[in-house]
Design a protein around this ligand. Structure first.
Ligand SMILES: [Zn+2]
Ligand SMILES: [Zn+2]
Length: 134
């Protein structure tokens, strides 16, 4: 499975199957993507690679890497040491985003109040989808 930025300067490849697909409402993802919410897929280390030139990295907080294309600005991924270093690619950057349906909303306490959702998916406080609910 492959993904890319808008200008195609940065592309990446992911081995299947992915670990998870979740929608994140945290402020950091919201600001990085300039979008009310974003969906991303989790890919364990060693199961993905950049194709060609790697993207720029921005450290949004200690231990957190967020990447983007330096030419067109497309946000591509984030990775946190607190989440076992699993790579998270934004689902909308995948070549076939329709094949990645989210199963969970995380950081739901940060959801914008005017955003109304009716997908029936479970919600979770905080950003870590690997933790047990409650
Ligand atoms: Zn680009
Ligand atoms: Zn987030």
């Amino acid at each position: 499975m492959r993904g890319r930025c808008l200008c195609r300067a940065v592309a990446f490849e992911v081995d299947g199957p992915i670990q998870a697909c979740v929608v994140c409402h945290c402020e950091s993802c919201r600001r990085q993507c300039s979008a009310p919410m974003t969906a991303y897929i989790g890919v364990p280390g060693g199961q993905w690679r950049w194709l060609g030139k790697p993207p720029k990295i921005f450290n949004s907080s200690p231990g957190v890497e967020r990447t983007f294309c330096e030419h067109c600005g497309t946000p591509l991924s984030f990775r946190s040491k607190n989440m076992s270093g699993v790579m998270h690619f934004f689902a909308a950057a995948m070549e076939e985003p329709e094949t990645f349906a989210p199963t969970l909303h995380v950081a739901f306490e940060e959801k914008l109040p005017w955003l109304k959702l009716a997908d029936g998916l479970p919600t979770r406080v905080g950003p870590d989808y690997t933790k047990d609910p409650g």
